[in-house]
Design a protein around this ligand. Structure first.
Ligand SMILES: [Zn+2]
Length: 191
């Protein structure tokens, strides 16, 4: 059973109070992660918090265990964690964040995040974010008539010249060329 947070639980979370560990878990809607009261992760916005009595209940409600406080008991496998990070990047690709911001949001250390992500995905987390941005830009170029400058802003790159350079590096053509070629071809292929 889940329930609303009490003032006492709120205090326990803010103070990372170990004595409450095992009594309840708190799950955060925005990150889909649940933690022990003592977790050192950033204090959440309590409006987005749901309380569970057991880890099992949080898991059943679709929340994932936290890497930092090991709320799921057994160690969260690296594969699972990297999937969490991937999802976070895919949902927030347009935001600008540093490796530390990302690690904080995904409840791990920056060093570990960088290393594990690279090992499993072959690219660093920030390179992966750049990749997603370029893929989203392609979709905008194909499906909309928006100006390149506008698309750059939408995918989180405020400097259009930088956007064009990055796009060209990755696709061997400028956004304009890409759009034109696509229009001529009528079919979009991933390559
Ligand atoms: Zn935690």
């Amino acid at each position: 059973m889940s329930s609303k947070i009490t003032a006492e639980q709120r205090k326990a979370i803010m103070e990372n109070d170990k004595t409450y560990d095992g009594q309840f878990f708190y799950a955060v809607k925005t990150t889909k992660i649940f933690c022990r009261p003592s977790c050192k992760s950033r204090v959440p916005n309590f409006d987005n918090v749901t309380i569970f009595r057991t880890a099992e209940e949080a898991l059943q409600a679709g929340y994932r265990p936290c890497k930092r406080c090991k709320s799921g008991g057994d160690r969260l496998p690296d594969e699972e964690w990297v999937k969490q990070v991937e999802t976070y990047i895919e949902e927030n690709y347009a935001l600008s964040f540093t490796l530390s911001d990302l690690a904080e949001a995904c409840h791990g250390s920056p060093y570990h995040l960088h290393r594990v992500f690279k090992r499993l995905k072959g690219v660093t987390p920030l390179a992966y974010q750049q990749h997603i941005r370029m893929e989203k830009a392609k979709v905008y170029l194909i499906e909309t008539d928006m100006a390149v400058k506008e698309i750059a802003g939408l995918v989180g790159i405020s400097n259009p010249a930088r956007f064009i350079t990055l796009f060209k590096e990755k696709n061997n053509q400028t956004p304009r060329q890409f759009r034109k070629e696509y229009d001529g071809r009528g079919v979009y292929s991933e390559k």
